[in-house]
Every structure is written in C-alpha cells, then in structure tokens.
Design a binder for this molecule. Structure first.
Ligand code: GRF
Length: 213
C-alpha cells in the first residue's frame, strides 16, 4: 500500500476526487474533507472506504471559525499533500503557509486566463480558440499560484458552456491523478515560487498531451 497520503477537499460533485481515488497507484487518498454536509462527492468515502470529515459553516459562529476548523482538521490528518477539488472557499494565508509546497488545486481554464468562476462561458464569450485546465500550487491569491501542468482542448464553433465544460472535465480527470502521482514519486516539487520538475516529467507530459508551462 502506497504510503504517500493525500487529503482531498471538496464542496460538491467530487468527480475529480473520484479520478484521484481511481488513479491512486503510488499514493493513497487518506481523507475527504468537505465544507458541505450534502456534497454528493462525500458518497465516495463509503464507496472507497475513505474517512470523511465535514465542517459546515452553519455549525460555527462565523466563516472565520469554520475555516479555522477545516484547517485544524486537515492539519491533524497530517497528509503529505492536500488537493483542492472543487473546494469553494478561499484558502487563508495560514493554511497556505502550513502546507507550503504541499497544497495544489485544479482549475478549469488555461491560467492565467480566466481565474475565478464561470470559466467556460467566459472562454466562449472571449472567443478563445483554446481552453482547458490547470493544476497549480496554491498561494493566497485566487488561482494565482505556480502552475504545474495544463491540458488543452480546442473551443469548437458550436460549443456551449456545457459541451465545453464536459470536454475540459475529461482532461481534468486525466491530468489531476497524473500530477499527484508525479508529486508522490518526488518528480515534481516547489522551491519558493518555482516548480521543480525532473526531466522525465516534461517528456511524459508531452507524451500524454499535457503542457508544462
Ligand atoms: C472542476 O471543474 C474543478 O476544476 C473546479 O471545480 C470543479 C469541480 O468539479 N475547481 P468536481 O466536484 O470535481 O466534479
């Protein structure tokens, strides 16, 4: 059993969480943490036999104390890596600092284009010809941390927000487990704000059709 442990933070559907559970060859998803008690993705906990932790805003006097409780829960799990997967809270600086170089996110756009929400519609409105997703280390900004890898899709003339989102999501499910596997293998790391990759990472990324920024 792989001993590189990963805590995955979700707020909703959890399809990226599922891709990590299915793609966990050299790592182990050790816990699922949610800020929503009714997040559909929590069901994967029972299905895959993984501990789930819920810390909901309604059980705390304010958002600040809820965020603190989420941080403490994740800290106490002592994961090797924390993966945000559709986790809809902004991560506080103390959280980023504690997990420096061990906290990553997947975002549905080719950053630095379209940080934030509604990325697919914004890409269509901007008449972008390429769109996709980015896995990046998390800093205190919104989708501004050092980029690890991207997967691209072409924007087709008749794409709607839904059709484009579906093609991007397919790529998300390929790239996220791959990146986590590379980090678990020690092939990707963070030095201050620089992503350090072993040479084979770039070669493998190219083979898989991923872009290493
Ligand atoms: C994904 O598009 C991810 O890139 C973004 O939020 C969405 C979460 O989807 N951060 P899911 O919950 O993983 O299905």
């Amino acid at each position: 059993m792989a001993d590189f442990s990963v805590a995955v933070l979700i707020s909703g559907r959890g399809s990226n969480l599922r891709s990590l559970l299915l793609g966990a060859n050299n790592f182990k998803v050790s816990a699922i943490v949610s800020d929503k008690g009714d997040a559909p993705g929590l069901a994967f906990g029972a299905e895959f036999g993984v501990t789930t932790v819920v810390r909901e805003r309604k059980d705390f006097p304010n958002l600040k104390s809820c965020k603190q409780a989420i941080f403490e829960a994740v800290r106490d799990l002592r994961p090797d890596l924390v993966c945000l997967a559709g986790f809809m809270q902004i991560i506080e600086p103390y959280f980023v600092e504690h997990f420096k170089g061990r906290l990553i996110n997947i975002h549905p756009s080719l950053l630095p284009d379209f940080p934030g929400l509604h990325t697919h519609q914004r890409a269509i409105d901007a008449k972008a010809t390429a769109h996709g997703c980015t896995v990046h280390y998390v800093d205190s900004g919104v989708d501004t941390g050092p980029m690890i890898a991207q997967a691209r899709v072409e924007v087709l003339p008749h794409d709607t927000e839904q059709t484009l989102a579906a093609r991007v999501l397919e790529q998300e499910h390929r790239i996220y487990p791959w990146v986590v596997g590379q980090i678990a293998a020690g092939n990707i790391s963070l030095n201050e704000r620089t992503v350090v990759r072993k040479p084979q990472v770039t070669a493998e990324a190219a083979q898989l059709g991923f872009v290493v920024p």
